[in-house]
Design a protein around this ligand. Structure first.
Ligand SMILES: Cc1cc2nc3c(=O)[nH]c(=O)nc-3n(C[C@H](O)[C@H](O)[C@H](O)COP(=O)(O)OP(=O)(O)OC[C@H]3O[C@@H](n4cnc5c(N)ncnc54)[C@H](O)[C@@H]3O)c2cc1C
Length: 464
């Protein structure tokens, strides 16, 4: 009898597995595809190292840094080039640097004079207790210009979502808590030491061989605990345990287990709907996912007039622009492209361009070339060569209004001593750091369940 069967070997499932491994708890990870890492995918194409999924993670998370230390792979880390600290927004047909100090803010063209004045009126805006959309929250406190010119582009880079639907409480919990505790976000950010400290010495990391190093290294250290190509996975509830059956190369295999951890995206949970009481299934179904295509291109450095001196740019919502933004990959990590080339990764899709999934690779590539050429003032579009296009039909879970309640009901299901647990980027944060942290805390719940309900009390089963 296994203690835990984990379904899915993205970073959520792998980091949960590694946590169990450290604690000597018997588990097995079943992954349907032939590789680990899920959306974390690094490719070597010609002389270029490219990322289809995430490019970086920040130094803000103790859990991720601890994991890297425990794996013994700190020497494989690489820091983002300091010159990539600068970020741009594409607005009114130009790239405008995002101000990083009060002085820069006053000089910046990112907001009009009126827009800047409205920002400081935030000091006098009353707090609001009820859950709000990002649009309601930001425009109420800082005005519509901040929403359009700063927040919408920022969210393009994280959720690619709709500010009219995203929940401010779920997306900006720290800003909401500053509002609650200090009555003003500006005052809160001045007086809250926790808020200030979290931005001190913020470093962006990847690995010398790309982000896929992390899942691959976890896999390497728990190899016998990961089954790839696990097809037709079925989980049945026996009296007080689960039976998990699946096939590898058409060969049937089965395990019995005390608990199951589903570390697959929320939109995949219905594959196991028969395990959940009906009232719980909706919480997963209601989490919207949006598509994103990641387009990697290369350009001769000599063809770009503008000096690329930053991380890249995110686009404000402009009628003639479809791209969410472009990362200047070889500025962040210069060793990823030959010196005379520039490596660019653009993103297309999200809430305003859902039809990306109906477009051909050629259409996506041409549209990206056209927009990148306009933005970076590259006259010769033939000098932009597409290396790779990856389409994620369900790239990013949306933390829309009601998210916090949905997650608390999912948590309630985990706490009912049923033996069924969930982890992934659709719960408590969308980044790699958040996902690792979520897995670590869900493993604590599993351990508690194994130590109490299974070992001592016998399981209390829900009846469907
Ligand atoms: C384009 C893009 C860019 C991003 N950029 C960043 C970034 O720069 N920084 C950052 O911190 N985060 C970024 N993220 C977010 C981050 O990469 C993800 O949140 C995180 O990797 C999700 O991990 P996961 O394990 O929850 O899900 P996934 O990576 O989706 O893994 C789920 C796994 O489950 C498997 N699976 C699915 N169904 C089944 C089944 N029925 N049976 C068995 N296995 C199954 C899948 O094959 C997959 O391996 C980005 C995401 C995307 C899509």
């Amino acid at each position: 009898m296994k203690d835990v069967i984990i379904i899915g070997a993205g970073i959520a499932g792998l980091s949960a597995g590694f946590e169990l491994y450290k604690k000597n708890i018997d588990f097995q990870i079943l992954e349907t595809s032939d590789r680990v890492g899920g959306v974390i995918e690094t490719l070597k194409i010609e002389d270029f190292l490219i990322e289809n999924g995430p490019h970086t993670f920040s130094s803000m998370s103790k859990e991720t840094l601890d994991l890297i230390k425990e794996l013994g792979i700190e020497d494989l880390l690489t820091e983002a080039n300091p010159s990539s600290k600068k970020r741009y927004v594409y607005l009114n047909n130009q790239l405008i640097p995002v101000p990083s100090s009060l002085f820069e803010f006053f000089k910046s063209e990112i907001l009009s004079r009126e827009g800047k004045k409205t920002v400081f009126e935030e000091l006098f805006i009353k707090k609001e207790e009820k859950e709000e959309t990002v649009e309601e929250f930001i425009s109420r406190r800082f005005g519509r210009e901040v929403l359009k010119n700063l927040i919408q582009p920022f969210l393009n880079g994280v959720y690619a979502g709709d500010v009219k639907k995203l929940s401010a409480n779920a997306v900006f919990p720290r800003l909401k808590s500053l509002e609650n505790n200090y009555k003003s976000i500006i005052l809160g950010s001045i007086f809250s030491s926790g808020f200030k400290n979290s931005f001190k010495k913020l470093t962006l990391y990847s690995f010398k061989n790309g982000m896929e190093t992390l899942p691959k290294e976890i896999h390497e250290q728990i190899k016998s605990k990961v089954t790839l190509n696990a097809k037709d996975i079925e989980i049945t509830r026996a009296k007080d345990f689960f039976v998990v059956t699946f096939k590898v190369n058409n060969k049937p295999i089965s395990y019995t287990t005390n608990s199951v951890l589903l570390s697959i995206p929320a939109y995949k949970i219905p594959e196991f709907s028969y395990l959940l009481p009906d009232e719980y299934l909706n919480n997963f179904l209601q989490i919207e996912y949006l598509p994103v295509a990641s387009i990697t291109q290369v350009v001769d450095k000599s063809k770009i007039k503008k000096e690329l001196d930053g991380f890249g740019y995110l686009c404000a919502k402009e009628p003639h622009k479809k791209l969410l933004g472009t990362i200047w990959s070889s500025v962040i990590f210069p060793e990823r492209a030959p010196q005379d080339k520039v490596l660019l990764t653009s993103y297309l899709g999200g809430t305003y361009h859902k039809k990306v999934t109906d477009q051909s690779i050629e259409e996506i590539s041409n549209l990206t070339t056209k927009e990148v050429a306009e933005t970076l003032d590259i006259k010769d579009t033939n000098s932009i060569r597409t290396l790779n296009v990856k389409i994620y039909n369900n790239a990013l879970p949306q933390y829309n209004i009601g998210h916090i309640e949905r997650v608390s009901r999912i948590e309630n299901l985990m706490d009912r001593n049923y033996g069924l647990f969930f982890t992934g980027n659709y719960l408590y944060g969308i980044s790699i750091n958040d996902t690792i942290k979520t897995s670590k805390s869900v493993v604590q719940k599993i351990i508690k369940f194994l130590n109490t309900t299974v070992k001592k009390e016998g399981k209390i089963l829900l009846t469907k």
